[in-house]
Design a protein around this ligand. Structure first.
Ligand SMILES: [Zn+2]
Length: 458
C-alpha cells in the first residue's frame, strides 16, 4: 500500500544580494536602469584569459549575515566551484558557486541545510537570440532546505518567513521579483521531481498543488514516478517536463583554480555578529514585551521591517497601543490599497504622529482620521493643514449645535422615526448616519445617540 498522502517538499532558493558591484568584478549590479550589455567587462562576459578578481567582500558578509539569521553554523573556509552547463546566458560555460558558507540552520520548523554564494547568469531571449550580460556575475545567495515541508500551504508559510528574514537583513534587493525558487517534491517515497525557476510564492503554491495532483493520479493508476526536472507554466498553472534525469554529476563540479580559498576569520565573524540585524521573530517578541501588544498585532507590524521601524518611532510620541492599531489597520490598509511601501508612499513620520495625536486629542473624529490618512499619500501638507482646508477640524463639541442638527434630522426623516417608534430599534443607526452626513462626521456618535434617544423617547 502506497502512502500517497506522504508528501516531502524541499527548496533551493536564490535571491540577489544588494551589493554595489558584481561578485568577481567591479561592474555595477544596477542592470535595471542600464542599456543591455553596458555594465559588463572582460571578466563578467568570460573573455578568454580574463581572470576573476577577489570575491566581493560585501557579498560575502551579506551571505554570512543571512546565514546567521537563519541560525546556521558558519564554515571557516570556503572555496568556489565551477558548475558546468551550456547555455547562451553563461559565457564561461560554468557558473561559480561556493561550497557552503552556512550549514545546519532552521527556520519555521524547516531545516536549512546549506547557504551558498553564487553568481547570476545573464539574460537570454531564445526568440531573438539576444543575450544581455548586465546581470551576469550579480551575487546571489542560495539557500537549500531539507525536504521537511509537507504541504503547499506550509511551503507558502515558510517562504513568507524567509522573505521576512531577507527584508530584515537589509542585504537583498528591495525591488522584489528577484527571488527564484527550485522546488523538489516526492510522494510516497517515489522518485524526486524538481520544478525549476519559479519566481513567486504564489507560483510555488500553485505549482505544488498541480504537481501533487499529477503525481497522485499517476500513482493511483499504478504508474511509477520517474526522476525528472519540470518547468512551471504560470499561465496554464501546470508543470511540464524540461529535461530528463539531471543528476548533480552532470554539472562536473570542479574547484575553480582562479579563485583563492576564502578564510572567514574570527575577527570578521565577530564584527558581523555584533551588527547582526534583529530577526522578525525577535522584533515580534520585543513589540509584545516592550509595548504590551497582543501577539496578532505584533505579528502584523513585525511582518515588514519598515512598518516595524515606523511603529517604533511613532510609539515614542503617541500611546503605543493606540498607535499599533492605527498602523496595523489603517496605515497598512492605505499602503496595500495603493500598492506602496511606506517609503514609496511619501507619508512623513512626523505627519503620521501629528494625525494620531489629533485623533487621540479628539480634534478630529476617527472617521475623519481615516479619510485624512488616505489623503496623506504623496501629500506634502500636514494632516492639520488638510483638515483645516477641508473644514474637518474640530469635533463639534458644542452640544447646542448637535441638538439642532439632531432635531433637523428627526424632522426630515419621518419614515425612519416611525420605524423606530414602532419597534425597529435599528432605524436609529440610519438617523445617526444622517447626522454624521450633515456634520461631515465631526460629531461623536455617542452624543448623537444620546440626543436621538432623548428626543425620540419623549
Ligand atoms: Zn564585469
Amino acid at each position: 500500500m502506497l502512502m500517497i498522502d506522504e508528501v516531502k517538499i524541499g527548496f533551493e532558493i536564490h535571491e540577489q544580494l544588494a551589493t554595489r558591484t558584481k561578485l568577481f568584478c567591479k561592474c555595477s549590479t544596477d542592470y535595471r536602469n542600464a542599456e543591455p550589455n553596458t555594465n559588463v567587462c572582460e571578466i563578467c562576459t568570460g573573455q578568454p584569459g580574463a581572470k576573476p578578481m577577489a570575491v566581493n567582500k560585501e557579498a560575502l558578509e551579506a551571505a554570512i549575515t543571512i546565514a546567521l539569521m537563519l541560525g546556521c553554523e558558519i564554515k571557516r573556509e570556503v572555496i568556489f566551484l565551477r558548475k558546468h552547463y551550456d547555455y547562451p546566458d553563461l559565457p564561461n560555460g560554468y557558473q561559480r558557486t561556493s561550497t557552503p558558507i552556512g550549514v545546519n540552520g532552521e527556520l519555521a520548523g524547516v531545516r536549512i541545510w546549506e547557504v551558498h554564494l553564487e553568481e547570476d547568469p545573464g539574460k537570454y531571449d531564445p526568440i531573438t537570440g539576444r543575450v544581455d550580460y548586465n546581470r551576469c556575475g550579480v551575487p546571489l545567495i542560495e539557500i537549500v532546505t531539507a525536504p521537511d515541508i509537507k504541504s503547499p500551504e506550509q511551503a507558502r508559510e515558510f517562504l513568507k518567513e524567509l522573505v521576512k528574514i531577507f527584508d530584515y537583513s537589509n542585504k537583498t534587493r528591495k525591488e522584489g521579483g528577484t527571488m527564484r525558487v527550485d522546488v523538489n517534491i516526492s510522494i510516497a517515497n517515489q522518485a524526486r521531481v524538481e520544478i525549476k525557476n519559479i519566481n513567486s510564492i504564489k507560483g510555488v503554491y500553485k505549482a505544488l498543488k498541480y504537481e501533487i495532483m499529477r503525481q497522485k493520479n499517476l500513482l493511483k493508476r499504478g504508474i511509477k514516478i520517474r526522476r525528472e526536472t519540470r518547468a512551471f507554466i504560470e499561465e496554464q498553472m501546470i508543470t511540464k517536463p524540461m529535461r530528463l534525469k539531471e543528476y548533480a554529476e552532470d554539472y562536473r563540479y570542479i574547484p575553480d583554480p582562479d579563485v583563492l580559498p576564502i578564510k572567514i576569520t574570527d575577527e570578521m565573524l565577530e564584527k558581523i555578529k555584533r551588527n547582526l540585524p534583529e530577526t522578525p521573530m525577535e522584533k515580534e517578541k520585543k513589540l509584545m514585551e516592550k509595548y504590551g501588544l497582543p501577539k496578532e498585532v505584533a505579528r502584523v507590524i513585525a511582518s515588514e521591517y519598515e512598518l516595524a521601524k515606523v511603529y517604533e518611532e511613532v510609539a515614542r510620541h503617541v500611546d503605543a497601543k493606540f498607535a499599533a492599531y492605527w498602523i496595523k489597520d489603517e496605515l497598512k490598509r492605505v499602503l496595500e490599497y495603493n500598492d506602496l511601501t511606506f517609503a514609496q508612499s511619501g507619508i512623513k513620520i512626523e505627519h503620521l504622529i501629528e494625525l494620531l495625536k489629533m485623533i487621540k486629542n479628539e480634534e478630529i473624529t476617527v472617521k475623519v482620521g481615516k479619510k485624512i490618512i488616505e489623503m496623506m499619500i504623496g501629500n506634502s501638507k500636514s494632516p492639520r493643514e488638510i483638515a483645516k482646508e477641508m473644514g474637518l477640524l474640530n469635533v463639534i463639541s458644542d452640544e447646542e449645535t448637535v441638538k439642532k442638527v439632531v432635531l433637523e434630522v428627526i424632522n426630515e426623516n419621518k419614515k425612519a422615526v416611525q420605524d423606530y417608534l414602532s419597534g425597529k430599534k435599528e432605524a436609529i443607526n440610519y438617523l445617526v448616519g444622517q447626522v454624521m452626513k450633515k456634520t461631515k462626521g465631526r460629531v461623536k456618535p455617542q452624543i448623537v445617540i444620546k440626543y436621538l434617544n432623548k428626543f425620540l423617547n419623549t
